[in-house]
Design a protein around this ligand. Structure first.
Ligand SMILES: *Cc1c(COP(=O)(O)O)cnc(C)c1O
Length: 430
């Protein structure tokens, strides 16, 4: 199932209280679940030597989340200045932050190198000339092009805008070595939401092969390889979950072979976002309208400004219906709630503003709570303000059972904030 049974059992009975106190809509995240997943991930890769996860901040940029990640010993993967600032506010610095930007500006580089620095992960060979200074430690993002296939969200490597091509990669390290860098890492990120663990194992093998090849040619050592993010989660009830234990075993095997051959291994880094938090968050929204025209529509009090994955990618998010008067009962089995085929919609003037299309759900009544699942990554973070829709609040379901507000909802003042400015008029040529 998408949402773990355990989270469901803890959340649903108290959901009406939470909704009554905080008001809907909101995203709520499960601290206990996030910690479980983090600990499982660490355990899977412990035998490779030095495993480090750099949480992909863009998946769920909230300071409370970043504190939990840091508490588990994880670093951060950032690609913008505000992400760097948010990560550093948790106390992270230097080697605890990976800066993996693309189409990078000089301002980005300066921010990444200032205030305690970060590990620069360069997206292109031409960016070497744009570095404000030569860092001791440098990494490149490798794009194998036709040597690998990608997947739907990120695209085929030959069509992806990211990374340094196979032909350029050795030269890129040669240039950095000649400019004075002494420490090296190698990064790649080829897929998104991948459920086949073999693909990730292949990626690690590819990186280890490249490390051996480039080291041999240039006489440099690699401190780390970074296999990127892209670990998938089962959004649909029938999806087989990614077998991270099998993935950990096979990658540990690759590491043992590499150690036998070369006498040492680079640290293994990962920058998962979705896998860490995706299943541990849900969007809770209230049914407020129903209309029957050519199809049956259930209108809820959230819009795609709170979750754009269904509209943007046609992504499936599982939905459970909770009757606030009896939150423990399973409406799918209730005789007075026959299944109906509905579109679950927000209020944007855009027909893609749908959380579900032709979905069979138990009959939904006004004031029912709809739990839209797996919104813990690339959910709130992807929100936007089109149609002047405001983004909802975020809550944390703490491990002790309490619930805290960790981001308030946007207000009209937030929306109008960028319209308060000093007059600035240019008369070109005048
Ligand atoms: C988005 C992104 C990630 C995280 O991807 P997930 O699919 O959430 O694991 C990691 N690394 C880079 C460079 C990214 O752009």
């Amino acid at each position: 199932m998408p949402m773990t049974g355990d989270f469901r059992q803890r959340l649903f009975p108290v959901l009406p209280d939470i909704a009554a106190h905080f008001g809907t809509p909101f995203h709520i995240y499960d601290e206990a679940g996030i910690r479980d997943t983090g600990n499982r991930l660490k355990a899977c890769f412990a035998s490779t030597g030095n495993f480090r996860e750099f949480f992909a901040v863009k998946a769920l940029p909230n300071p409370r989340i970043l504190e939990i990640m840091r508490d588990m010993g994880f670093g951060f993967d950032c690609s913008s200045i505000p992400e760097l600032v948010m990560s550093r506010r948790t106390g992270a610095a230097g080697g605890e932050i990976m800066f993996t930007s693309n189409n990078t500006t000089r301002e980005d580089f300066e921010a990444a190198l200032a205030n305690g620095g970060s590990i620069l992960n360069l997206d292109d060979i031409t960016l070497i000339d744009k570095l404000p200074q030569i860092p001791d430690l440098i990494s490149f993002r490798y794009n194998p092009g036709p040597l690998r296939t990608g997947n739907a969200i990120i695209g085929n490597p030959v069509e992806a805008k990211y990374g340094v091509s196979h032909d350029q990669i050795t030269d890129a390290y040669r240039r950095m070595r000649d400019l004075g860098s002494t420490r090296f890492g190698l990064h790649t990120m080829l897929v998104s939401n991948e459920l086949n663990h073999e693909y990730m194992v292949e990626t690690v093998k590819m990186l280890l092969d490249m490390v051996a090849e480039i080291s041999g040619e240039l006489g440099i050592d690699f401190e780390f390889i970074n296999m990127g993010g892209g670990l998938g989660i089962p959004y649909r009830p029938g999806d087989p979950p990614l077998d991270i234990e099998a993935m950990g075993e096979k990658i540990t095997g690759l590491y043992a072979d590499f150690r036998k051959q070369h006498g040492k291994t680079p640290d293994l880094c990962m920058e998962s976002g979705r896998y860490m938090t995706g299943p541990h968050g849900v969007l809770v929204t209230t049914a407020i309208n129903e209309k029957n025209i050519y199809r049956r529509y259930v209108g809820v009090d959230a819009s795609m400004s709170a979750l754009m994955r269904p509209g943007m990618y046609g992504a499936y998010h599982h939905i459970d219906v909770v009757d606030p008067a009896s939150p423990g009962s399973d409406l799918e089995k209730a005789p007075d709630r026959p299944s109906q085929r509905v579109d679950v919609v927000g209020s944007l003037c855009e027909n893609i503003d749908k959380f579900a299309v032709e979905r069979d759900l138990p009959e939904i009544r006004e004031k029912d709570l709809l739990v839209i699942q797996d919104t813990g990554a690339h959910g709130h973070a992807m929100g936007f303000n089109y149609n002047a829709k405001l983004r909802p609040k975020e809550l944390m379901f703490n491990a002790d059972g309490s619930v805290s507000l960790i981001r308030r909802e946007e207000t009209m003042d937030d929306y109008f904030a960028t319209l308060a400015f000093e007059a600035d008029i240019l008369r070109p040529g005048g």
